[in-house]
Design a protein around this ligand. Structure first.
Ligand SMILES: NC(=O)c1ccc[n+]([C@@H]2O[C@H](COP(=O)([O-])OP(=O)(O)OC[C@H]3O[C@@H](n4cnc5c(N)ncnc54)[C@H](OP(=O)(O)O)[C@@H]3O)[C@@H](O)[C@H]2O)c1
Length: 236
């Protein structure tokens, strides 16, 4: 199922995606990466494509180029792209704000799946998406992000059903607070965030990367349509 050892990681320039790229590189994979910035990794086994996931043509263009350059030998696609863009009450969100949040946290994953469905099906591969505890536990002022992540977590079930006849899979992971640049721009101190978790600490991006590696590699080959909570006990 993964003879070529080629993985596409979207959003590998920072945080969870960056650590995921490092885990795959250390396991002998060639990593194809997309994001607006280049990942800070010095390796000739990392091949980067500049892509803006606000723009569906940009997603399509990078998928086309990666399929050509890898000769269709990608069997794992991991999308880590996501962002919390605004904090507003429901009444105050504008239509543009809502569309941007859904584009970056959900629609881009849908579009990516459309472009790469055939290759993952043919290679009996696996898609993985990074959702969030926010799909279940809602927070004030980010109702847009919570709803978009709930959509993403729901979508992987439909994707898993359509992939299953081909022997291919789709999974998601849903972390609580993880120490990345996304968390650093939040209004919470580290101590406040730690107190939200029963294990009294926030997660490391390496921990999410290891779970993504397990789920998408052959070790996870009987897992599909599942969204894995990795939350330090937040939802207990
Ligand atoms: N950190 C947390 O506490 C936490 C908790 C639960 C879920 N998550 C989810 O985990 C995922 C990774 O987040 P992170 O914490 O690792 O955040 P991060 O360090 O900010 O990384 C986000 C990644 O997404 C990419 N990205 C953002 N906007 C993009 C765009 N328009 N086009 C292309 N790429 C774009 C960024 O690349 P460029 O800026 O270079 O384009 C970057 O590589 C997200 O889906 C997030 O919602 C995070």
């Amino acid at each position: 199922m993964d003879k070529a050892k080629n993985v596409l990681i979207c959003g590998a320039s920072s945080g969870i995606g960056l650590e995921t790229a490092k885990v795959f590189l250390s396991n002998g994979y060639t990593v194809y990466s997309t994001s607006r910035r280049k990942p800070p990794i010095d390796s000739d086994k990392l091949i980067h494509y500049t892509s803006d996931f606000y723009n569906n043509d940009s997603i399509a263009g990078s998928c086309r180029q990666i399929l050509e350059d890898s000769r269709g030998e990608i069997s794992i696609v991991i999308n880590c792209v996501g962002d919390i863009l605004h904090e507003e009450t429901i009444k105050d969100f504008t239509g543009t704000q809502l569309l941007n949040t859904f584009q970056i946290n959900f629609f881009s994953s849908f579009v990516l799946s459309q472009h790469l469905f055939d290759i993952i099906a043919n290679n009996k591969g696996c898609f993985a998406f990074v959702s969030s505890v926010a799909k279940d536990k809602v927070y004030p002022l980010i109702s847009d992000y919570c709803a978009a992540k709930a959509s993403l977590s729901n979508f992987i079930k439909s994707l898993a059903i359509e992939l299953a006849p081909h022997g291919a899979r789709a999974v998601a992971v849903s972390p609580a607070v993880v120490a990345t640049p996304l968390f650093e721009k939040s209004n919470f101190t580290k101590e406040q965030a730690e107190s939200f978790h029963k294990l009294n600490r926030i997660g490391n991006p390496e921990e999410i990367a290891d779970l993504l590696y397990y789920l998408t590699s052959s070790k996870g080959k009987w897992i599909t349509g599942t969204d894995y909570l990795i939350d330090g006990g937040m939802l207990l």
